[in-house]
Structures are given as C-alpha cells and as structure tokens.
Write a new protein. Structure first.
Ligand SMILES: C[S@@+](CC[C@H](N)C(=O)[O-])C[C@H]1O[C@@H](n2cnc3c(N)ncnc32)[C@H](O)[C@@H]1O
Ligand code: SF4
Length: 350
C-alpha cells in the first residue's frame, strides 16, 4: 500500500471518510494531539502539584480502549503527531497496550510520530518496549542533577532512578530531549552543568518558564524566572547561535557553540507563541482543551460513549475546534499571584 492508500484505509476504518481535516477559525490546521492518559503521578513536583492532591475517581477515566478510539478519531481527521503525557503516563496500568495499539497508525503511515513525555521514573522498565513499538524519541523532565534538590523539587522522586531510566532509554536507541523548568533560586545556578551534561550525552535540552496553572500551595512569584534573563546570563558563558530548528512545538532553539548541542527556550510568559499553534489537548476523562492557557473545553466522553459509530464524536470535535481561541495571556506579577487557571498541569500534561 502506498501512503495515500494507507491514509484512505485508516479513514475508512474510523468512519471519517469524506470528512475534512481540522482547521480552526484562524486557519491553523490541528495536526498535533497531546493526550493525558492519567492524572496520577509517582512524583509531586512543587510547581505542578500540591502535596495532597486529590485524583479523579477511576469511573470517570477513559479506558485504554476508549483512549485508543479517541486518539484514532483524531488521527483519522488529520492529526499526524500524538504525544502521551499525564500525570505520569508510565504509571497508567496497561499503558503499553495503548502504545502498541496506537503504533498501528505509524505502520499504516497515518501518523508521523508517536511520542511521550515522562518523568523517567519507569523508563528502566519500559524503554525497550517503547522503542519496539516504534517510538523514536521521548521527552524526559529533569530539573536538576543534584540528588537533594531533585528530592526537594519532586518531593517523592529519586534522581538515581531517573538517571537509570535515561541510560535504559538511550541503550534502547531512543532519542531524548530533556525538559527543565527554570526555578528561581533553585536550579538557576545549574543550567551550565545541565547543558554540558545533556549535550555530552547527545540530548537536546529545553528550559521552560513556570506557568501559572493550578493551586500548588506556594507563590508563583517565588518560582518564576524569566528565560530572557537566563539566556542573557548563559550568553556570558557560552556562544549561543540562533538556529532555525523547530520541532513543531513552541520552543525556540539556539546552538551552543562550545558543546555543539541544541538548547531550547519555552517562554509562554515572555514570548507569546500562539500564532503557530497546531495542537489541542485531551485529558484522561475525554475533556478537550483547545488552548493550554484558557478554561474553555469540550466533553468528548459523552459522544464517545453514546454510540459505537464516530459520527457524534466527530461532530463534537468539529464544534470544539471552531471555538479554538487565538491565544492565551498568562501573567505572573505581584498583582496576579493566583493561578491563571484552576486546573493543574498534570490534568492536561503540559
Ligand atoms: C505535567 S508533566 C507530565 C509528564 C510527566 N509527568 C513529566 O513530568 O514529564 C509535563 C511537563 O510539564 C511541566 N510542568 C508541570 N507544571 C508546570 C508549570 N506549572 N509550569 C511549567 N511547566 C510545568 C513538567 O516539568 C513537565 O516537563
Ligand atoms: S511535572 Fe510530571 S512528574 Fe512532576 S508532578 Fe507533574 S506530572 Fe508528576
């Protein structure tokens, strides 16, 4: 089968034949779906969760089969990249069943990339199976290489376990990008070390600004560190060369001349990245968020469960995409210390 025949086969399979690709009111094609497969996690990172989080009752959560059907409906409507996230995706029971099921879209040519964002704690266990399912690269979140700081940031995590997971993932042939959240007074002295470590192991590194999502029991102003400042400081020590490299995400990259590696900056607060937004997010309860920074959402669980055919689901997706907003306006300053949104990052997965 050539690529066109394969796409037609996938469309017919999912009942999407004759339906168009998803394009929002601003002309942006929706080709990237991020799926939070669980709201649970084995860490409690200080910027993401409060220590005593309450989680969703199991009955509200989509089964693995339902998640597969939902993702496949988006693939049938033109989504080319799927990212599994969470909470921690690798603590969802049976997660590899979902990964293996979704990988059929890679083999059929309907999907360009299946990937995941993980805290790395379970990678030693799953890396080989992840690679065998056709995942080529993953994002691992790691904010520090200092074991005590790691424990303080994640509350429950073990640095050794995550480093072991990274070793296993590289041994399995997975490419890794490290994501680090920039935290004022916590890891801001460590960025040169993180750069040298990540690049020394052939991994890209992306720094992320703290976003004001969810009540976490601490002031955001205490955590917030503008990356414009970080970049200026790094530029005193490294030669940062602007490059065109884009991964379809919001990161802007430079090449660090001394290491030869790539360094990305995700700056939702200092730079608005919405113009080129190609993505939507769905939670483990089937709630579709059209924008990470806005509260508006659509319930896809109801149409999913209402019928075995996908007509109602496609109608709900179309209606939701017609409401995708132009962008967000996160602000953290002295007057805006409350979360911009009540939901936590672990709901939508970043
Ligand atoms: C919510 S986690 C889910 C996947 C997985 N548990 C992990 O940590 O990689 C996805 C990403 O969001 C980031 N994150 C969580 N809360 C954040 C916040 N308030 N601001 C910026 N990034 C945040 C994490 O550091 C992580 O890189
Ligand atoms: S950032 Fe990821 S690892 Fe940390 S608490 Fe949130 S979901 Fe868990």
């Amino acid at each position: 089968m050539d690529r066109v025949q394969q796409s037609v086969a996938t469309l017919e399979l999912d009942g999407a034949a004759g339906r168009s690709a998803l394009v929002d009111p601003f002309g942006r094609a929706i080709t990237y779906l991020r799926v939070s497969v669980t709201d649970r996690c084995d860490f409690r990172c200080v910027y993401c969760m409060s220590e005593n989080m309450s989680f969703l009752p199991k009955a509200e959560i989509l089964s693995l089969e339902e998640l597969d059907r939902l993702c496949s409906a988006f693939v049938a409507r033109g989504v080319r990249k799927l990212r599994l996230t969470g909470g921690e995706p690798l603590v969802r029971r049976g997660i590899m069943t979902l990964v293996e099921a979704l990988s059929r879209h890679l083999r059929l040519g309907a999907l360009d990339e299946l990937t995941l964002t993980t805290n790395g704690s379970q990678l030693a266990k799953y890396a080989a199976a992840i690679a065998a399912a056709g995942i080529r690269r993953i994002n691992v979140s790691l904010d520090t290489l200092d074991a005590d700081k790691f424990r303080a940031i994640t509350r429950w995590g073990s640095l050794d376990q995550v480093l072991g997971g990274i070793d296993a993932a590289q041994a399995a042939g997975l490419r890794i990008k490290i994501n680090a959240v920039a935290l004022k007074g916590v890891n801001d002295d460590e960025f040169p070390r993180l750069i040298e470590w990540a690049h020394g192991r052939g991994m890209d590194l992306t720094l992320i600004e703290v976003m004001p999502l969810g009540e976490i029991g601490a002031g955001r102003l205490d955590q917030y560190l503008p990356l414009s400042l970080v970049r200026a400081r790094l530029a005193e020590q490294f030669r940062l060369e602007d490059i065109d490299y884009r991964t379809g995400g919001p990161a802007r990259y430079v090449r660090v001349a001394e290491t030869g590696g790539r360094l990305g900056f995700i700056t939702p607060l200092t730079h608005n990245f919405c113009e080129s937004c190609n993505r939507v997010r769905v939670t483990c309860t089937g709630t579709l968020y059209m924008c990470l920074g806005q509260a508006d959402a659509a319930d896809l669980r109801k149409p999913l469960r209402a019928s075995e055919a996908n007509d109602l689901l496609f109608a709900a997706i179309d209606e939701a995409i017609s409401r995708k907003p132009k962008g967000h306006d996160f602000i953290i300053d002295r007057r805006h210390q409350r979360p911009a949104l009540a939901r936590h990052m672990s709901v939508t997965g970043g």
